[in-house]
Design a protein around this ligand. Structure first.
Ligand code: H79
Length: 424
């Protein structure tokens, strides 16, 4: 079997989706995992589960009927679409992707295909997806849905529920026909323009069938981008594994996904939230390699985004207000990753993202075959001293720059771009 890498590399057409540029420029997305699992918060019958919150039905092998019954008390009355969207905006987010249906099979929108949805099965009775889609787009951000197209632990023919249903008796085609495709059609018909449809964990379809599946959905929204987890090396941009960052710069549109703590869906007992500093480094690292970071948060069953997530996202947004020029609309750095940090590019400029202050106070850029014009701090425009020695450029960092500030310097150069990574 081919690996994901091989499948992607062997794509026959090198043609990109006509609507890919916004995605390449966006750099920072917000992923939201929200479902019936959020209501359970990683706990079932008094027992805590570790791993990931949205997997609790699978991990605790909860029978479908018992799992369904939890919907009767799922009432996210504190959900406020404008608050979530404004938080994303304040964080400097350019696109938001939310789980319309995860592996548990529960639709977080008003579905006519199944009554296992938030409108029919819960006391909440509203469609939060509709409100969120509007609130996000109203603020000028792109909006998309995550949809688990193969795994469905609620449907007898869906993928991967082995505790209630006999895998050998399943008819995956029937599941696609009766649930996944009709639900995707609802999502792509009733929620305005979707910038992204985010698939996950493919299965049950051959490459040809996957292509047909994609083609039939394309008719509804030709401008939507499909994530590579639709399977078989298809899709419009490439996603790596969960919490995976490619080691080297990558050409073409791609995205790394990380979650804020160690769970995608809300988990009461997971407090291991990444600091703003860590988030900014992941963002800069993804950008330095030519890709996006989509960072996940897991709102709880009452409809609240965890306080640490909100706080750390806002702090990230404050950094981006000052330093956004070094992230948005950039392309991969021309200088390879250095002990002090990473670089991103715009024409005639290298942004030096300094994570670790060298003890000497001097930044070394080795083998720098470029004509430096000037170097200055991005935040305040203060010029910084530099000199060339042989092919090396040495930059004198301001004495006030302490360790680990994610400080950005701009190096402007004339003429040809340096050629370090051309074959990376
Ligand atoms: O939606 C998130 C995950 O639920 C989903 N992809 C991201 C975006 C995903 N589906 N499958 N997988 C991830 C791989 C499965 C990992 C597992 Fe586990 C290892 C399942 C059981 C052991 C992770 C750790 C989930 C529970 C414990």
């Amino acid at each position: 079997a081919q690996t994901m890498d091989e499948m992607w590399e062997s794509r026959s057409s090198g043609k990109e989706h006509a609507n890919i540029q916004w995605f390449k420029d966006a750099k920072f997305g917000l992923f939201i995992h929200w479902g019936l699992y959020s209501h359970l918060g990683g706990e079932w019958k008094g027992k805590r589960y570790y791993g990931s919150g949205e997997w609790i039905m699978n991990q605790a092998k909860i029978p479908v009927r018992e799992y369904e019954a939890t919907a009767a008390t799922f009432n996210p009355s504190r959900f406020n679409a404008d608050e979530w969207a404004q938080l994303a905006k304040d964080a400097g987010i350019k696109y938001v992707v939310i789980t319309a249906k995860h592996h548990e099979g529960f639709a977080m929108y008003d579905s006519k295909v199944s009554t296992f949805d938030i409108v029919d099965a819960t006391p909440f009775k509203q469609d939060p997806m509709k409100l969120l889609a509007d609130a996000v787009r109203k603020r000028g951000m792109h909006f998309g849905f995550y949809y688990s197209q193969f795994q469905d632990w609620h449907n007898p023919n869906g993928g991967k529920n082995t505790w209630d249903f006999d895998e050998s008796k399943k008819d995956y085609q029937k599941y696609y026909r009766q649930k996944a495709i009709p639900q995707l059609k609802e999502l792509m018909s009733n929620y305005g323009d979707l910038s992204i449809v985010w698939f996950d964990t493919p299965g049950g379809l051959s490459k040809e069938q996957t292509q047909q599946f994609i083609d039939s959905l394309r008719l509804l929204q030709p401008k939507s981008l499909f994530s590579s987890r639709v399977g078989h090396g298809l899709g419009d941009y490439r996603d790596y594994g969960d919490s995976e960052m490619p080691a080297m710069p990558i050409n073409g549109a791609w995205e790394s996904i990380y979650t804020h703590n160690d769970s995608w869906g809300y988990m009461k007992h997971d407090m291991n939230f990444k600091t703003p500093e860590t988030i900014i480094r992941l963002l800069a690292e993804a950008a330095s390699k030519g890709g996006n970071l989509m960072l996940n948060v897991g709102p709880d069953g009452s409809g609240r985004i965890p306080a640490y997530s909100a706080q750390f996202l806002r702090e990230t947004g404050r950094w981006l207000q000052v330093n956004g020029e070094s992230i948005y609309g950039t392309t991969q750095g021309l200088i390879p990753q250095q002990p002090w940090g990473v670089t991103t590019s715009k024409p005639g400029k290298q942004y030096l993202h300094v994570w670790t202050r060298p003890r000497s106070g001097k930044l070394l850029i080795p083998n720098a075959n470029m004509q430096v014009q000037k170097v200055y701090a991005l935040a305040d425009g203060q010029p910084v001293k530099w000199h060339k020695r042989g092919d090396a450029i040495w930059i004198d960092l301001p004495i006030t720059l302490s360790d680990a500030k994610n400080t950005v310097f701009v190096l402007e150069y004339a003429g040809e771009a340096p050629t370090y990574n051309k074959n990376a």
